[in-house]
Design a binder for this molecule. Structure first.
Ligand code: CP
Ligand code: NVA
Length: 309
């Protein structure tokens, strides 16, 4: 049997993503209505990078589904040592019904998935953060009623995990996605190619620009993220100067649609990528967005487990 993994946003077709988002809304309204992990069945949740939201939302979500989360710091396991990731995937599949993993290279997730007989879920890699974007889409759907045809602009590091996942996950939902980044920080070509392929199916548009002002004119949603992702702290690049014009502040926000909403996956670096008045202002939906991690991930787990039956 083929195992359904969620390693990147386009692992879900537009129809499958819509199913997960509908289930997320259902679970938000009735958090204890689904108990597929009753037993308890287990889910491994492994972190090789820091986390607040992902850790709490997965651990609580798994409990609410009736299961048990085995939450571990990857550094305390054999993961960083000599055992292959494929062998690890094979072994963990004998203990738990899914593995949620925050790691570095996307290749690591793919290698573990190649040995696993249970779903592997990407809880953030250097290239993608697909669980976050499910929560972002849920938040947008709540505020705007529909996703198809919405105009969303992401400002910041176009080559990071949030930019890539917003591109892939956004166009999958039929959202018109613009990425506005300084020169040298544009999305990776292979991700753009995959997004363009998916956009052909959904009719969404993709724009990549170095002009932050034009990028936000009249848009429905503005999204930003840290200029320095985990693991990039010492990469030798200037991750402040070139990014200043891309700061989400009141002047920039005023160019968007008056009903536009502002998202940030958090943690926020106030005064850098976003100002206090915007993140704490009436157009910010970041706290709902953070809450929706819980609902969207529960929905994802329920949906993935159903695929395995
Ligand atoms: N947004 C997000 O993934 O937050 P954490 O790093 O705190 O999990
Ligand atoms: N791009 C950020 C997201 C944090 C949730 C990082 O990878 O550090």
């Amino acid at each position: 049997m083929t195992v359904k993994h969620f390693l990147r946003d386009d692992d879900l077709t537009p129809e499958q993503q819509a199913e997960v988002l509908a289930l997320a809304a259902e679970l938000k309204a009735a958090p204890f209505s689904r108990r597929p992990l009753e037993g308890p069945r287990g889910v491994g949740v492994i972190f090789e990078k820091n986390s607040t939201r992902t850790r709490f939302s997965f651990e609580m979500g798994i409990a609410q589904l009736g299961g048990h989360a085995v939450v571990v710091d990857g550094r305390s396991t054999q993961l960083g040592r000599e055992e292959t990731l494929q062998d690890t995937g094979r072994v963990l599949s004998r203990y738990v019904d899914a593995v949620v993993w925050r790691t570095f290279g996307q290749d690591r997730l793919e290698e573990m998935a190649s040995g696993a007989t249970v779903p592997i879920v990407n809880a953030l890699s250097d290239e993608f953060h697909p669980c976050q974007v499910l929560a972002d889409l849920q938040t947008l759907a709540e505020r705007k009623g529909t996703l198809r045809g919405l105009k969303l602009t992401y400002l910041g590091d176009g080559a990071n995990n949030m930019s890539h996942s917003l591109l892939l996950g956004g166009v999958t939902a039929g959202v018109d996605v613009t990425i506005a980044s300084p020169e040298g920080f544009l999305p990776l070509p292979h991700v753009l190619e995959a997004a363009r392929l998916r956009a052909k199916d959904t009719g969404a548009t993709i724009t990549v620009t170095t002009d932050p002002d034009a990028a936000v004119d009249g848009v429905d949603a503005i999204v930003t993220d840290t200029w320095t992702s985990m693991g990039q702290e010492n990469d030798g690049l200037d991750r402040v100067g070139p990014f200043r014009p891309f700061q989400v502040n009141a002047t920039l926000l005023a160019r968007a649609d008056p009903q536009a909403v502002v998202l940030h996956c958090l943690p926020a670096h106030r005064g850098e990528e976003i100002t206090d008045d915007v993140i704490d202002g009436p157009q910010s939906v970041v706290w709902d967005e953070a809450e929706n991690r819980l609902h969207a991930q529960k929905a994802l787990l329920v949906w993935l487990l159903e695929q395995q039956q």
